[in-house]
Design a protein around this ligand. Structure first.
Ligand code: PHB
Ligand code: FE
Length: 327
């Protein structure tokens, strides 16, 4: 597949105030409730709020690991340098009917295209990262913009959280209040007793207190890095806005409350499992599935990623299994 070199083109505002965008042979337009996506062999409709929540994460995560399905039809595949934009590619019915469509773009080009759509279509009162209960609606005619929300960067620790120089997210002075659903989370910090000579080199912090102040949902932040091992805890409420088709195994540790996972075959979308995770549960998501989480109330989740760039190739070639454990 040839990589496209032409960026997004847009037309002036429609009768609802929103611009229409053309990227390759895909067109994107929105009205007061819906987003309409069209490509040479088909078209698709999504609720504007669900579309913007998915788009926000695809943009902020730099297309993430593997596949980001906005829903069962459209999404992106990260080739780490280029990105596929697809419709129906991972949907058995679309494939069989030969209605699927894929185009490949250099990552910076599709990123700036998606940023332009997100910027134009997100109204002032809507924060795509917030839980539905903590933000206004996405609907209606165009009304301002919310760049503070849509250009937000993931909090990445410069060093392990807790050591001098980390991102400050740990007190009322940080500007991050304790979330309404985590007011019962103890805020005390651990006492550190270092061996003589190691003072200042040993650190610990209260991860629960840290997460209780998260102002976003479904947005893992990297709090520790050990070679390719990334600890990415996050707070979840309502529905993960993307259906993630990973290109590697991913571990989940349920730190609090409850998340229900719908697990499907990564390529066809066929249902494979439902997983209900309670505090203390650990699960490994295989590398050949896709998953979407549902959190009935705000929950703390630790996502553990292996960021090795070699993994997609090792798994695709069969050198490394898609399951981390054989029972
Ligand atoms: C995932 O796809 O594994 C994922 C993404 C975002 C989250 C949690 C899990 O907040
Ligand atoms: Fe995932």
């Amino acid at each position: 597949m040839a990589t496209q070199t032409t960026g997004v083109r847009s037309t002036g505002p429609n009768e609802h105030g929103y611009r229409r965008f053309q990227l390759g042979e895909f067109t994107f337009s929105r009205d007061e409730y819906f987003v309409h996506v069209a490509w040479p062999t088909g078209s698709h409709i999504m609720s504007a709020d669900a579309f913007l929540r998915a788009l926000q994460r695809d943009v902020a995560w730099g297309f993430f690991y593997g596949i980001v399905n906005f829903d069962g039809v459209i999404g992106t595949v990260n080739h780490y340098g280029t990105v596929d934009l697809f419709a129906g590619r991972y949907n058995d019915a679309y494939r069989k009917a030969e209605l699927d469509h894929v185009e490949n773009f250099p990552s910076p080009l599709i990123l700036e295209s998606f940023q332009a759509i997100l910027d134009d279509w997100t109204n002032a009162g809507f924060d795509p990262f917030a839980s539905p209960h903590e933000t206004g609606g996405a609907f209606g005619p165009k009304a301002g913009e919310n760049r503070r929300a849509t250009t937000r960067r993931r909090v990445t620790a410069r060093r392990m959280v807790g050591v001098p120089g980390d991102e400050p997210l740990r007190s009322d002075e940080s500007g991050f209040p304790i979330n309404r659903q985590f007011v019962d989370v103890p805020q005390d910090e651990p006492e550190i007793v270092a061996e003589p000579g190691f003072e200042g080199q040993v650190s610990a912090f209260n991860l629960f207190a840290y997460l209780s102040r998260s102002d976003v949902t479904w947005n893992p932040s990297i709090v520790s890095v050990c070679q390719d091992s990334l600890y990415c805890p996050t707070t979840e409420e309502y529905i993960l806005p993307v259906i993630h088709g990973n290109d590697r195994v991913e571990w989940f540790v349920q730190l609090s409350d409850e998340i229900h996972w719908a697990v499907e075959d990564r390529d066809t979308g066929a249902v494979r499992a439902r997983v209900v995770m309670k505090p203390g549960d650990v699960c490994a998501m295989p590398a050949d599935i896709r998953h979407q989480g549902y959190a009935p109330k705000r929950a703390m989740l630790l996502v553990w990623e292996n960021a090795s760039p070699d993994l997609p190739q090792l798994i695709a070639s069969g050198k490394v299994p898609t399951n981390p454990v054989e029972f």
